[in-house]
Design a protein around this ligand. Structure first.
Ligand SMILES: *Cc1c(COP(=O)(O)O)cnc(C)c1O
Length: 358
């Protein structure tokens, strides 16, 4: 149990007037959560303070060697007014796995959830009221030791900031075009693919920018060894419905274990679908696309929930999926997940964690 000291901001910012123009991660609230780690002492000084810039030494480890990890989740304003979280324990455990790989000291699951809840409660008036909009939560930990020797820092800062963010599908769910990346890779066995570390993103920006220039929403990453098997898209896991079965890459170290991925798999299995967590060759996906057995393709992630894919381009080959429309199973997953998150359908899975009354 953390002893969280709360210092309220003297003046509060004006809340955004138009919740349809929030965008993603652009506006931040009045407060942030902070806690420091010092070797020998452990995590200490948990507190909520006015949102403010950091003052850091230019020789801090994080600036040079990227010893940093983050998480991403949302707080929702349910139809009955409750402010609630979706499976925060999964994010807390995943953050521990990320920390462990980056030699960052872990934070107990209960402390992580307590910190998130405390900040969300302080900022509850910032949780948007508009359907589909939410308060995006960004916890992160970075190394603060000063010095250029390559080593695990003995000191860290854990911070949580929150950003009211707009509905991902403000203009309706539009299926996207995906570029199958054939040159660059995101992860390889033994590396950090299963962690949410900033370095993974730094390494993936180039492929993303090139794909965007060519009119694609995101890249689909292939395995880093043979560039043969599908892994995931930019910041989402990906699922393929082929002849009635759902295929997705296994979480064996190179794929980020998404909370949305895991939740969709549980729902699909509840509904009687066979979900195969195996390596599937991109050549087989393209073949299924051509012979008409590739029924639906969708990404899964906290930001979009599900993102239907209408086209895959691999080398000189293209396949088009579901006539450019969202597939019925993708739509059902979207309705079920968002229904639970916004308290419109009962949570019979125990996934919703209330924070406070709005
Ligand atoms: C965060 C992330 C995901 C999705 O995880 P969720 O927990 O579902 O939001 C997928 N892939 C990558 C690379 C990610 O960083």
């Amino acid at each position: 149990m953390l002893d969280i000291k709360i210092t309220k901001a003297a003046t509060l910012k004006a809340k955004p007037a138009d919740e349809t123009k929030l965008g993603f991660g652009k506006i931040f609230t009045d407060h942030m959560f902070l806690m420091e780690y010092t070797r020998g002492q452990g995590w200490h000084d948990a507190r909520i303070v006015p949102y403010a810039p950091f003052i850091l030494d230019p020789a801090c480890v994080v600036f040079h060697y990227a010893q940093e990890i983050f998480e991403g989740m949302k707080a929702y304003r349910a139809v009955d007014g409750t402010i609630q979280l979706f499976r925060p324990d999964c994010n807390a455990k995943r953050m521990q796995d990320s920390c462990d790989r980056l030699c960052i000291p872990t934070i107990p699951v209960e402390d992580y959830i307590q910190a998130v809840k405390a900040l969300v409660e302080v900022e509850k008036d910032w949780v948007p009221h508009t359907e589909g909009a939410s308060l995006y939560i960004r916890p992160f930990i970075f190394a603060t030791d000063v010095g250029l020797g390559v080593h695990a820092s003995p000191t860290y800062t854990f911070c949580i900031i929150v950003a009211p963010s707009g509905a991902y599908y403000a203009e309706g769910i539009n299926p996207v075009r995906i570029y199958v990346e054939d040159e660059y890779v995101r992860a390889a066995p033994g590396l950090t693919g299963f962690t949410k570390c900033g370095g993974n993103y730094a390494a993936s920006i180039k492929a993303g920018e090139l794909a965007e220039e060519k009119g694609f929403a995101q890249v689909l990453w292939l395995d880093g060894v043979e560039k043969k098997y599908v892994e995931e898209v930019g910041s989402m896991n990906i699922m393929f419905k082929i002849s009635g079965k759902i295929y997705t890459a296994p979480c064996t170290g190179t794929v980020l274990p998404g909370v949305t991925r895991r939740s969709c798999i549980e729902l699909l299995r509840d509904w009687g679908y066979e979900v195969v967590e195996e390596h599937v060759a991109i050549a087989d996906i393209m073949k299924a696309g051509h012979d008409g057995t590739l029924e639906e393709v969708f990404g899964t992630g906290t930001a979009a929930v599900v993102s239907p894919v209408k086209e895959l381009d691999w080398k000189d080959d293209k396949v088009f999926i579901c006539d450019g429309k969202i597939g019925p199973l993708t739509q059902k997953l979207y309705n079920t997940m968002t229904g639970m998150q916004w308290g419109k359908i009962p949570d019979d899975k125990g996934w919703i964690v209330p924070v406070c009354k709005g």
